[in-house]
Design a binder for this molecule. Structure first.
Ligand code: 16C
Length: 253
């Protein structure tokens, strides 16, 4: 119990968690719906294609707020041999984070709200000469069924939130991020018996969006050039990581 009377559950609490019944449920619902609304938004207007590599396309919209660069990013990719659930599971679960996240010094879970919703506190690597950034955010994984025949949509949203267990400690600067990974599984030439589906029959169609405010001034040109290099690098690296992790495992639909 924190001094203002609020009860926070901890990661090792045995009795947390009725799904979707916690103090952030409404906020999360709202943000999830926003992401779903814009996932098919046309990128032909206002977005610049800044990187393309095979199936991967990276778009950016140049936006500044009070002189701070807050360019939204939107990326599309198709990854062979994995499902949307697998991509989202590896993105969401704490135990894999440091194996694929190359921008972090550390990550920890500071609260579990339900099995599909946790609060992380992460410390990013310092990018010289700017101050080190940290981020405290809720992370939520969800499966959305479309119809009996269609594969469901899987998504993870990570959204910055203040938390008494993660006060901002200068000189660190808290960044503000709202990112979503939204995935669909495509089954090619489906065998008659679903049990016969092999990894060679599946692929994941992925959309990743990031709205990141660095939370304080960073030289705009430097930020844009780091972002242009690092976002594609993240997506490529993370996709390869999931391919490697799942290669010899049963398919997780
Ligand atoms: O989605 C990603 N990771 C999530 C799970 O960990 C996380 C999302 C965070 C939002 C993006 C954070 C940007 C961090 C920038 C600070 C340090 C960058 C270190 C670069 C090392 C060379 O919930 C994957 C996110 C992948 C982001 C890659 C692009 C980062 C470059 C942005 C430009 C930063 C300029 C300097 C700002 C201090």
């Amino acid at each position: 119990t924190i001094s203002n009377g609020t009860v926070f559950s901890t990661p090792n609490d045995e009795n947390t968690a009725v799904k979707g019944q916690h103090r952030l449920a409404n906020e999360i619902e709202h943000i999830v719906q926003e992401h779903l609304k814009y996932v098919h938004e046309d990128v032909n207007h206002g977005w610049d294609l800044i990187h393309q590599d095979g199936e991967m396309k990276v778009y950016r919209r140049e936006v500044e707020e009070n002189g701070i660069v807050i360019d939204p990013m939107k990326m599309f990719h198709t990854i062979k041999g994995v499902t949307g659930h697998e991509m989202c599971r590896y993105f969401y679960e704490y135990q894999y984070r440091m194996e694929w996240e190359t921008t972090l010094d550390s990550t920890k879970i500071i609260e579990v709200l339900d099995p599909d919703t946790v609060i992380f506190h992460q410390m990013h690597k310092r990018v010289w000469p700017s101050a080190q950034r940290d981020n405290c955010f809720w992370s939520h994984i969800r499966c959305i069924a479309k119809s009996e025949e269609d594969q469901p949509i899987w998504l993870v949203v990570n959204h910055t939130i203040p938390h008494p267990l993660a006060p901002i400690k200068p000189p660190q600067v808290r960044l503000v991020a709202n990112v979503a990974l939204i995935c669909e599984t495509v089954i090619n030439e489906p065998p008659l018996n679903p049990k016969d589906i092999k990894r060679e029959n599946i692929q994941c169609r992925l959309t990743y969006v990031a709205f990141v405010n660095p939370g304080g001034w960073v030289p705009g040109a430097a930020l844009r050039s780091v972002a242009k290099r690092e976002y594609p690098r993240f997506l490529k690296h993370f996709s390869n990581y999931v391919i490697e992790q799942t290669r010899d495992k049963p398919i997780l639909f």
